[in-house]
Design a protein around this ligand. Structure first.
Ligand SMILES: NC(=O)C1=CN([C@@H]2O[C@H](COP(=O)(O)OP(=O)(O)OC[C@H]3O[C@@H](n4cnc5c(N)ncnc54)[C@H](OP(=O)(O)O)[C@@H]3O)[C@@H](O)[C@H]2O)C=CC1
Ligand SMILES: CC(=O)N[C@@H](CCC(=O)OP(=O)(O)O)C(=O)O
Length: 349
């Protein structure tokens, strides 16, 4: 094997970062050379994450650009929104490749970013440089690029389910309603009342209704698919489980089609894409069927009575929705097989 690519992870004490550590253990071309924390530098990562004993025992590095420049070729930013705005340009200017897991570079409009994320946007030239890495759709644009913006978790599940239908004109884009549910790890490791055990256990709540920051990301991509502006209704819910996202999507069909028509069209569209699995007619995916894996599973129910189509998709938010897709993007960036290091089967039960 040639020298491995040296990877640094900023935010390695968060759920996205620690999942990158887990997954990169199985990557044949990558070695993690720096795990970084802005609040716990100098302490061993095993102090906060005992499950890493004998797997990753390094001390956490500080967010020190020259140090990381000397230790790594690529840096994953698994940092909260607003942080990557400042960090990504510094790493890019230092000559590192950057894969950003936050929402800071997904929207091409800085104004829209400010409206939805409530932070000042990144500088225009960096916003324009970032390639949006929805791997199955824009993968060919990722190869050779130094700066990838990894999609949001909900947008990944939603857009893989909707892109073929919108691009082919099989669904009226104005009719789209996305009902999305996430496990609590989607909110990150930080504490808050909404993810407090006694608030979420045996509970089910909607949140950020019509205000979710993933709405403009979904609309940006669907507008690209449709070739005209698209607005969607998108409602998120918190489910008392750790991992997993399910989107249940409703739309009006442009003409009557059967479940089998939908299955065939999607199988054709995603032929050769290892991480999208289309369910046979009459079968719909459940979150547990993708847990721990990089798969997005999609099922259909066409309703001849109402003329609507229901599309259901599931992902593991921490894998396909974050760390897994980030590694898939690294593979595409480097011109490697997109599945390197990502061959794991779902954990079941
Ligand atoms: N969880 C999920 O399912 C998904 C998350 N994402 C996105 O990925 C990113 C990471 O998410 P997640 O891992 O869940 O979040 P967490 O809250 O679990 O972790 C974020 C980490 O960022 C670090 N951090 C905070 N402030 C700074 C700073 N100023 N400089 C450097 N590091 C900082 C913190 O570690 P420390 O204090 O040690 O520095 C923290 O551990 C977020 O932008 C999130 O929106 C995207 C898709 C899915
Ligand atoms: C369950 C839960 O709270 N999920 C988070 C997902 C946010 C996320 O991943 O943030 P980005 O905007 O960086 O993608 C949310 O709905 O805000």
């Amino acid at each position: 094997m040639s020298n491995p690519l040296r990877a640094a992870i900023v935010g390695s004490t968060g759920y996205g970062g620690v999942e990158l550590i887990r997954l990169l253990q199985h990557h044949p071309q990558v070695e993690i050379t720096s795990v970084i924390s802005s609040s716990s530098a100098g302490t061993p990562i095993t102090e906060g994450f005992p499950h890493l004993h004998s797997i990753m025992t390094d001390n956490l590095d500080a967010v020190d650009i020259p140090l990381i420049q000397s230790k790594a070729d690529v840096v994953f930013l698994a940092t909260p929104s607003g942080v990557s705005v400042k960090l990504a340009p510094q790493f890019l200017d230092a000559g590192l490749k950057v894969i950003d897991l936050s929402g800071d570079y997904r929207l091409k409009s800085g104004e829209a970013y400010k409206t939805w994320y409530k932070h000042d946007p990144a500088e225009e030239r960096y916003l324009q440089q970032a390639v949006y890495g929805l791997a199955e759709i824009y993968g060919t644009q990722v190869k050779g690029q130094p700066f990838i913006s990894n999609p949001g978790c909900y947008p990944t599940a939603t857009l893989l389910a909707l892109w073929p239908a919108v691009e082919r004109g099989w669904i009226d884009p104005a009719s789209i309603i996305i009902d999305a549910k996430s496990g609590v790890s989607g909110a990150g490791r930080g504490q808050s009342l909404t993810v407090h055990y006694s608030e979420i256990n045996e509970n089910f709540r909607a949140y950020k209704v019509n205000k979710h920051q993933h709405i403009p990301e979904i609309e940006q991509v669907l507008s690209d698919a449709a070739g005209k502006p698209v607005n969607v209704t998108f409602t998120t819910h918190l489910v008392p489980m750790t991992r997993g996202i399910m989107t249940t999507i409703y739309g009006v069909q442009s003409e009557a089609r059967t479940d089998q028509d939908w299955v065939r069209a999607y199988e054709e569209y995603y032929a050769g894409k290892k991480f999208v699995r289309i369910r046979p007619a009459g079968q719909w995916p459940a979150t547990k069927e993708v847990t721990g894996s990089n798969y997005c599973d999609i099922g259909f129910a066409a309703d001849a009575r109402t003329g609507r189509i229901t599309i259901i998709s599931v992902i593991d938010n921490v894998v396909k929705g974050a760390a897994g897709q980030a590694i898939q993007n690294l593979n595409l960036m480097m011109g490697w097989d997109e599945a390197l290091g990502l061959h794991m089967a779902p954990v079941y039960p």
